[in-house]
Design a protein around this ligand. Structure first.
Ligand code: FA5
Length: 371
């Protein structure tokens, strides 16, 4: 066998059946092999030449290192450990020289280096080669939840409406029947912005609820209305297992002739059954919201311990207050409506058995990769 450098391969005839080889001859042969392989790799001018050199020296079937391994079998017994040790060293040396050459060629491959480098693309080539295994990602569990909630409500005929996260007091409070004196408007309960709104919009704040979108939609279109809105809301709440200062809500609004509380309950039950499963227990607790009358809190069974069920509040709901209908120019004698607003983090946590919603924001991939 002749190497790419024209040298006679020292192990060309080495087979387990050939005559015994003295240790010194074996080591000399190995050194020559190491030298020849290293220069073959370092002198390969392109990927094809490097591949040919790889096959010649490190080929699994008939490469020269493989032949040397067979020669190892012919070294006398007491010398085998020394011969084996050197063999392994040469193997590692050649593999390192090959990797170095691959990296060198990758950097100079003219076709590829001519392409502009886009750091936002996933590491495709490295991934394929198993060098930097970048596992393909997936949507965050909250985004998955939002998409699924849109699907479920879409099947019930609700279309998606959007609203701004920076709001004025009219949409966040006033039109929702929340007067100036209401504690929910306390500056300490909200994220007010230092910059005032354009024109006479007055002070601006990060919206504290998605109910703002009810007003924005009704101001723009006459009844009937059947929308949902999903998005971020902000409150200066301390973070704990069920609270976070920034969270998501899903708002639902249906306004039409003869809408009743029974419609609200049916939709919320269907919604819970579709997202959480038919066995989920939901409970409506009388409550108060300035923009609905009557109002309820919507609780869902979280866990049952020792025969006692613990419920967690998922959101609020009720029949749209006539004052709200009037504020957007609807006639409460003509139409009625229901509205609800649920916390997306809590619904998602309930679905997946997550005990603490802060997990969604820790960005620990070991947690996120489970969804
Ligand atoms: C509201 O925000 C009302 N806008 C809901 C509503 C809409 C009532 C339409 C009637 C008609 P509440 O403040 O209770 O209500 O919040 C609703 C839900 O948001 C809560 O039940 C909870 O699931 C979630 N939530 C509230 N605060 C937080 C928080 N800090 N972190 C995570 N989720 C929260």
């Amino acid at each position: 066998m002749v190497s790419s450098l024209g040298q006679i391969a020292p192990f060309a005839l080495g087979t387990p059946h050939s005559a015994a080889m003295p240790l010194q001859a074996f080591l000399t042969g190995l050194d020559q092999l190491a030298q020849a392989g290293q220069s073959a790799f370092s002198q390969s001018a392109d990927a094809a030449a490097l591949e040919a050199a790889r096959v010649e020296f490190l080929g699994a079937k008939s490469g020269r290192l493989k032949a040397a391994q067979k020669g190892l079998g012919t070294v006398p017994g007491p010398d085998k450990p020394a011969a084996g040790k050197r063999f392994n060293e040469v193997k590692m040396l050649l593999e390192a020289a090959l990797t170095e050459a691959q990296e060198r060629l990758r950097g100079t491959d003219s076709a590829e280096s001519a392409e502009p480098f886009d750091p936002t693309l996933p590491g495709g080539r490295e991934f394929k080669e198993g060098r930097h295994p970048v596992a393909p990602g997936h949507l965050h569990p909250l985004t998955q939840t939002i998409e699924e909630l849109k699907d479920i409500m879409g099947r019930l005929g609700f279309t998606v409406a959007d609203g701004p996260e920076v709001e004025d007091e009219w949409h966040n409070f006033e039109a929702l029947n929340i007067p100036k004196s209401h504690p929910a408007r306390d500056p300490l309960e909200n994220f007010y912005l230092a910059t005032a709104g354009v024109g006479n919009a007055g002070p601006m704040l990060l919206r504290s609820q998605t109910s703002t979108v009810q007003i924005r939609v009704m101001e723009k279109q006459p009844p009937p209305v059947r929308i949902i809105s999903l998005g971020r809301v902000y409150r200066p709440d301390d973070a704990d297992a069920t609270h976070y200062p920034m969270f998501h809500q899903i708002e639902g609004l249906l306004v039409d002739r003869n809408v009743t509380m029974a419609d609200l309950k049916s939709v919320l039950r269907l919604f819970a059954a579709s997202f959480l499963g038919h066995d989920v227990h939901i409970r409506f607790r009388p409550s108060f919201f300035p923009f609905t009358e009557p109002s309820v809190e919507v609780d869902m069974a979280w866990e049952t311990i020792g025969g006692k069920t613990r419920y967690v509040e998922m959101g609020g709901a009720g029949m749209v207050d006539p004052n709200v209908l009037r504020a957007v120019g609807y006639d409460p004698e003509e139409v009625t409506g229901f509205a609800f607003g649920l916390g997306v983090e809590r619904v998602c946590a309930r679905r997946h058995g997550v005990a603490d919603i802060r997990e969604f924001y820790r960005n620990d991939v070991r947690f996120l990769s489970q969804f």
